[in-house]
Design a protein around this ligand. Sequence first.
Ligand code: HEM
Length: 138
Amino acid sequence: MNPQTAALVRDSWAEIVPMRKEVCASFYHRLFVRHPELRPLFKGDLERQTSLFVTMLNTVVSALDNPEPVVPLIKTVGARHADYGVEDADYEKFAAVLLDSFADALGPRFTPEVRSAWKDAYAELSATMRQGAEEAVH
Ligand code: HEM
């Protein structure tokens, strides 16, 4: 990922972190309203889930300039997602809702450039997760 794109993701994420609880609560709410079929996949406590998700995004965002060391972790998490019953198409649903939740949180600071940077970052992240899921099967 080029350094400008990485900086857009990093800076906007730094703004979201202090609001993470509200942002994630509204994200999961919206995810389950738009895609009720995904609700049963989440069996645990959503507050705990939020904190695991935020921790993982922290790790990924801080590694954007040098992702190789975190690729094995991302693949392992991706393989676990296949076990949770997450399918390829679910990653797109998740992305659209996540970006909308970030847009709500940041308002006009979520510019088209920031949105596009997150799209790139998410595309790389989810591709690596799915690769991990595939490798675990074969
Ligand atoms: C960039 C994308 C994603 C990231 C970084 C992410 C991150 C995480 C993390 C860190 C966990 C905690 C458990 C673990 O490490 O295995 C988790 C659990 C989970 N994620 Fe994701 N996830 C992503 C995408 C998705 C998508 C697309 C779905 C589809 C609905 C999904 C559904 C779940 C479910 C069902 C659990 C288990 C929850 C439970 O046990 O209650 N995730 N995710």
